[in-house]
Design a protein around this ligand. Structure first.
Ligand code: FES
Length: 332
């Protein structure tokens, strides 16, 4: 089949017959806003200026027929049927970014760290450039199933992938591999980096991070990166889980608190006592902070957790531009 091209601004990249527009642009080093890479968030919505696209599995909810008729497409789903010129979402600038790459890694450690939660360390054959907060897609060995996992290590460790994985019963990736047949030494295909949930390098004010469950993973990367840049940065991490059995890395974060006077961890248990606070992390934040006008906020967790945290931030007058968020996908 014919290979075509995709053009954004003055940059043109090749796009294979089965390659999405997003994949082609990211591999060509052209930044395009993206988050879920599954057609559900709408972050990658583009306008097609000329040429032709196939919408493939773009969901009607994210890309209604009326928008298709007006020339919109989802870059993470659309393929091109001709040389095509696209525009990024309104108000977004395309900038150079980390090039999307296919790499191979070896499983070097698998450890239970909390109830139904494992830390998996992978060592890459070659270094991967990424921004703190981004994620990779891992192909389950022996299958073509790909799953997305946020990186918990900072960009200063480019050959390591630290993943925090919660068990989701019945899944090929979860029960079938990470909580099943996984072994140290497994060779794994990895593609990345993806996502625009990243550390805001422009901001210098206080940071507040709300993590639900394994939403702590990208927060660890962001915290380590931020503290490496400014060891005195004011950072508060609220980690919300159900019970104490779901907490992890508390001792490590307490150690960091001792080394960095601006860092504070608040563990929040919604269904038990024994953490720093009883109740939801979002409520703890609202109780603690009278005004978040000067803050930069980061949220990672389930859809309900993220929606509730955005409301909490706005209630405390955080500017929407200062709120960065990452919703878990539901794939198992
Ligand atoms: Fe394309 Fe979410 S819809 S990245």
């Amino acid at each position: 089949m014919t290979q075509h091209t995709v053009t954004v601004g003055t940059t043109t990249v090749p796009c294979g017959p089965d390659q999405t527009v997003l994949d082609a642009l990211l591999r060509g080093g052209v930044w395009m806003p993206n988050s879920c890479n599954q057609g559900t968030c709408g972050t990658c919505k583009i306008r097609v200026r000329s040429g032709s696209v196939e919408h493939n599995a773009s969901p009607e909810d994210t890309l209604p027929q009326t928008e298709r008729a007006d020339g919109f497409a989802l870059a993470c789903q659309a393929t091109v049927c001709a040389d095509t010129v696209v525009e990024p979402p309104a108000g977004e600038q395309t900038t150079a970014t980390h090039v999307l790459r296919d790499l191979v890694a070896t499983v070097t450690e698998v450890r239970d760290i909390a109830r139904d939660t494992r830390r998996v360390l992978l060592t890459l054959d070659a270094p991967l450039e990424f921004s703190a907060g981004q994620y990779v897609e891992v192909t389950v060995p022996g299958t073509d199933v790909r799953r997305q996992y946020s990186l918990a290590n900072p960009p200063s460790e480019p050959k390591l992938l630290e993943l925090h994985i919660r068990r989701r019963p019945g899944g090929v990736a979860s029960d079938g591999w990470i909580f099943g047949a996984v072994s140290v030494g497994d060779r794994v295909d990895v593609t990345g980096p993806f996502g625009d949930f990243t550390f805001d390098a422009e901001s210098t004010g206080p940071m507040v991070l709300l993590a639900g469950g394994t939403g702590l993973a990208p927060m660890k990367s962001i915290v380590r990166h931020a503290l490496a840049l400014d060891p005195h940065r004011a950072i508060t991490v609220y980690h919300g889980v159900r019970t104490a059995e779901d907490l992890y890395d508390v001792a490590l974060l307490r150690e960091w608190e001792g080394q960095h006077p601006g860092l504070r961890l608040v563990t929040c248990l919604s269904r038990a006592t024994g953490g720093d606070r009883e109740g939801y992390a979002t409520d703890a934040f609202v109780e603690d902070v009278a005004s978040a006008k000067e803050y930069t906020g980061y949220i990672c967790g389930s859809e309900a957790f993220v929606d509730s945290a955005v409301k909490a931030f706005k209630r405390r007058r955080m500017s929407p531009r200062q709120i960065r968020r990452e919703k878990f996908t539901s794939a198992v």
